[in-house]
Design a protein around this ligand. Structure first.
Ligand SMILES: NC(=O)c1ccc[n+]([C@@H]2O[C@H](COP(=O)([O-])OP(=O)(O)OC[C@H]3O[C@@H](n4cnc5c(N)ncnc54)[C@H](OP(=O)(O)O)[C@@H]3O)[C@@H](O)[C@H]2O)c1
Length: 418
């Protein structure tokens, strides 16, 4: 992505100056391997493998960190801020753990740290939440914020590929890493959810606060059921404000998991590697942001907007508004009410359905619909529950698994309300 940023800055210098009044000059480009092959537009004379010398250079005003990870990115950002430089970063992994610490350091130095590209790549989301919706009472942010998993789920839904084949396709096309675990386990989306929740609700939310469940267990059978009942399947990052009792502080739920999404929901139509984020607020109502969440040029576009804001602030001696964020009260997923899709393979013999339904009933989990599919000597029971507490449903499943006639749990997916 760094190479795409250099391409835009060098290629669009006149446009940037005409539209923003800022003249950007690239002073140095730090890389890890000086001998690596680079695109033709990268000025060789600007390359260095000593990133710390760049952040220490007094002639540089703004440092752009697009290395990723914690080390050495965190130390470089801190050093840059201490040297009175503003910082632009796309580093969700770092910000989802140290975002507040870095913002506090920036404020103490009178400098900015901007990170528009860290969530949903090219979509102008962070600035919209921070600036345009600064005083909005945001209730919920629901996003498809991981393009890799959205691509995999789209291929499963539209081309009938199994999870493994869809993942392979994503890897062939460069959408998934050789080790895809951060994407498919929901960790990448979890980092983005933590950042979004922090901004939307003005509280410190960290990656460790986010419940995350990935897409590795989603099957074509789940899609088949979803289609027949007016749903599709998406990996969602959901950040929700839950009011406390009168006089008490509210709490925040932040979770990432696959969900049955009604086909009528705006997020249902987001296909392939696209990202979209649906924001609900008291005054503004419903908003939807849609675009490319990754890729060199879209991400570089977001980084460039940040650089221009940082340059503007440096020129006029101003800085971004920063309000200290108290630590969030996190509501564990156990406490949430959801509808659930549950598929269980059982021995096909009289009385089994009644046994299973009794366990649901004893745990206070009410069944909204049930269908039975014959599988020879076995049968599949597929339930959609009414709203039920996650804790009660987990207890139900633990007990159902212990029934002698129950062979396996083959589907468990939360259902998004329409
Ligand atoms: N790519 C996207 O679509 C996208 C979207 C949103 C956010 N982001 C975020 O952007 C960041 C970068 O992602 P990326 O995909 O561009 O990664 P990348 O392709 O791996 O690029 C990382 C760059 O950092 C350089 N680098 C690594 N260690 C270094 C060190 N110690 N000193 C100096 N330079 C070093 C590498 O140098 P060499 O070239 O010599 O290897 C490479 O140029 C990550 O935080 C990522 O989460 C990326």
């Amino acid at each position: 992505m760094g190479a795409a940023l250099v391409k835009i800055i060098l290629g669009d210098q006149n446009l940037i100056e005409a539209q923003t009044g800022e003249v950007l000059e690239i002073a140095a480009i730090a890389v890890s391997d000086l001998s690596a092959h680079r695109p033709s537009w990268i000025p060789r004379e600007l390359l260095t493998d000593d990133a710390f010398s760049v952040v220490a250079d007094p002639s540089i005003d703004i440092v752009v960190e697009v290395i990723g990870g914690h080390d050495p990115a965190k130390a470089l950002i801190e050093e840059a801020l201490r040297s009175k430089k503003s910082v632009v970063t796309a580093n969700k992994a770092l910000l989802s753990e140290f975002g507040e610490e870095i913002s506090v350091l920036a404020r103490s130095q009178g400098r900015d740290v901007f990170y528009e590209a860290a969530v949903a790549g090219g979509i102008p989301l962070i600035r919209s939440l921070k600036v345009s919706l600064a005083a909005e009472r945001v209730r919920r942010v629901t996003g498809i914020v991981n393009g890799t998993t959205n691509f995999i789920l789209s291929k499963m839904s539209e081309d009938g590929l199994g999870y493994g084949d869809a993942l392979k396709k994503a890897q062939e096309l460069g959408y998934a890493e050789t080790d895809p675990s951060a994407d498919v386990e929901g960790i990448d989306a979890g980092a983005k959810a933590a950042i979004l929740a922090s901004i939307a609700f003005g509280r410190q939310v960290q990656l460790g606060d986010v419940f995350h469940e990935g897409i590795t267990s989603v099957t074509l059978d789940d899609f088949e059921f979803a289609k027949r009942h007016g749903y599709t399947l998406k990996l969602l990052a959901i950040c929700e404000w839950i009011e406390g009792s009168p006089g008490a502080e509210g709490s925040i739920s932040v979770r990432v998991h696959p969900a049955m999404v009604p086909v009528t929901h705006p997020l249902a139509s987001v296909r392939d590697a696209f990202n979209a984020v649906f924001v609900e607020g008291d005054s503004v109502g419903e908003l939807m942001f849609y675009g490319r969440g990754a890729g060199g040029l879209p991400t570089a576009s977001a980084v460039l907007g940040d650089i221009i804001d940082a340059a503007h602030n440096l020129r006029y001696g101003s800085m971004e508004r920063h309000v200290a964020r108290p630590v969030a009260r996190i509501l564990p997923i156990d406490e949430l009410d959801y509808q659930f899709y549950i598929a269980i393979d059982v021995l096909d013999r009289p009385g089994v359905l009644a046994q299973v339904a009794t366990v649901f009933g004893e745990n206070g989990v009410s069944i909204m619909s049930m269908e039975q599919v014959g599988l020879g000597s076995e049968a599949r029971l597929i339930f959609i529950t009414h709203l039920a507490k996650e804790r009660a449903v987990q207890r139900t499943l633990a007990e159902v698994r212990n029934l002698e006639a129950v062979k396996r749990l083959v589907g468990f997916i939360r259902v998004l309300g329409s």
